[in-house]
Design a protein around this ligand. Structure first.
Ligand code: GTR
Length: 326
């Protein structure tokens, strides 16, 4: 009995001690990303955390959970909504089913090129979309944009035209818009989490996927038989990073201002790192035997017109403003 009482007393004391540490010493901010350590997005968020830690004399410490260890983006979005993840970097793709306003940026060929996309997110429209995320019932505060470059198609068999995609099962991010996009491009779109794609390619559940060169390389998908990279550039989707609303609401106004300041810097840092990493990983893919195939983009643009018509109907005015951005 004595032993048991002592044991319980020790356990209670240990819990109390841990709780005290948690409240008075340091607040850990859990950050999450599907990408591995060293990826531009991960590095930029980690550096944002270091700046916040220094500026608050260690009150906050960011802990990064990279490589999708906390799940795919759909699951991570859900965890952020309940505050189990404090800072999340995610593509806008899987956020579309939660905050439908972001789908305007998720449409195929909605931007002319990456420079156009950057001009849009850097301007009034970009801020409006961030504000819509923050004001939505999704329980997250949008902190800033990140670059995701252009997504192109990688397959086991060479693809040059929509007709070449016939019968090919291609993984898309979890959003009906993307499945429709792939179906319109000529293939069979299959929604799947990022972490499942490698083995699905290996086992033949998939014939291909689509992404930017840094993701294609770091996910190792090129080692699962996808040796052709057709430069369709069909999706140019900016990415975002957000803070859980419950976390944000606990910060003082000064702390919120610090987070905003360092978030802005993180956005700029990621962009510089991004440009370097696209060049670096494209070269690595080529060195690993991936053939970059030039395609007539217009064929894929024309094929996806019905998707823009369907999903763009509720964004008609906004799309006109996007097109007007130089
Ligand atoms: C990457 C993007 C991730 C994730 C991934 C995917 O390009 O950075 O946020 O969306 O693609 O395809 O799931």
């Amino acid at each position: 009995m004595t032993f048991r009482r002592n044991f319980i007393a020790t356990a209670v004391a240990a819990i109390a001690f841990t709780a005290a540490l948690g409240t008075s010493a340091q607040t850990i901010l859990k950050a999450a990303d599907v990408h591995p350590p060293g990826y531009p997005n991960v590095v930029a968020i980690e550096n944002m955390g270091k700046k916040l830690e220094a500026a608050t004399n260690g009150k906050f410490k960011l802990q990064m959970f990279p490589s999708g260890v906390l799940g795919g983006e759909k699951e991570m979005i859900e965890q952020t909504q309940v505050g189990a993840i404090n800072i999340l970097r995610t593509s806008l793709g899987p956020l579309g089913p939660v905050v439908s306003d972001v789908d305007v940026f998720n449409m195929p060929f909605v931007f002319r090129n990456e420079a156009h996309m950057r001009a849009v997110i850097d301007g009034a429209i970009g801020q409006e979309i961030l504000d819509k995320i923050t004001a939505s019932p999704a329980k997250m505060v949008a902190l800033g944009w990140m670059d995701g470059g252009s997504r192109s198609l990688y397959t086991k068999k060479i693809v040059k035209t929509p007709a070449d995609l016939k019968g090919q099962k291609v993984r898309m991010m979890g959003n009906p818009l993307f499945v429709d996009t792939m179906n319109a491009m000529g293939g069979n779109g299959i929604a799947m989490g990022y972490g499942e794609v490698f083995s699905a390619l290996q086992t033949g559940v998939l014939d291909g996927a689509e992404n930017n060169p840094p993701s294609m390389f770091t996910s190792n998908h090129y080692n699962a038989g996808t040796k052709f990279y057709a430069q369709t550039n069909h999706l140019i989707i900016p990415e975002i990073f957000v803070m859980a609303r419950v976390t944000w609401d606990k910060l003082s106004a000064d702390e919120q201002a610090l987070v905003r300041k360092f978030a802005r810097e993180a956005q700029m840092e990621q962009r510089a790192l991004w440009d370097k990493s696209v060049a670096e990983y494209s070269a690595k893919l080529k060195a690993a035997g991936v053939e970059f195939v030039t395609v007539d983009q217009k064929l894929f643009y024309d094929a996806t017109a019905p998707v823009r018509a369907k999903y763009g109907a509720k964004f008609v005015d906004l799309i006109k403003r996007i097109e007007a951005v130089k």
